[in-house]
Ligand binder design. Sequence first.
Ligand SMILES: [Zn+2]
Length: 179
Amino acid sequence: MGIMPTYCQICGLPVNFDHYLPQDDGTLYIWRGDEGEGGDEDEDKAREPAIAFGSQHAWLRRAVGLDFGDGPAVEPPMEGEVHSGYLEPDDEQREGQYVMDGAFDVAAVHRACWVLAGHPDSFKPLEHLQLPEAEEPYRGQLFEFAAFVADGHGWMLVDPDEDSPDGRHSRQRIIALLS
Ligand SMILES: [Zn+2]
C-alpha cells in the first residue's frame, strides 16, 4: 500500500499518528510510531515526532470499521488499528478491511466517537454526516499535526473521555458534530 491518510468519518481527525517529518537532506520521513505496515519502530524511536504524543492521544488509534448497513449485520463491528488505509482487526480470526481515506469496504471511525454516537451496528445512521470543514486544511496527504497544534487546535486531539478541560472540550466538539 502507498501513503494513505484515514480520517474518522464522524470527527474528521486521523485514526493514526502517521505524519511526515522533513529531514535535513530535504526528504520526508513518515513517522508512524509503531511497527505498522511499512513502518520501522527503531527508525521512529530515533526521531522526535512533530508533536509530543502521549496517553491523551491513544484514542486516535483505536478504530472501528462500520459497514454501510446494506445487508444483515451478522458480526459486531470490527475493532482494530488502521495503517495505510487498511483496518487490521484485533481479532485475528477476522479478516481486515480496506477503509482507504475513511470509507471503502467499511467506514472508519474512532472507537470513542462510535461510543458517543451510541455504538450503532452500521454506518447507516451516520451517513448524513459531513467531515467538519474547519479541519480540512490539515487533512493533507497525511495529517498536519504540527500545524494543527501550532494553530491552537491541540485540544481536539485530546481523549474525549479524559476528565480535563481539553478532554471535555473535545467531547463537546464530537457531540456537537453528531447532533
Ligand atoms: Zn473520530
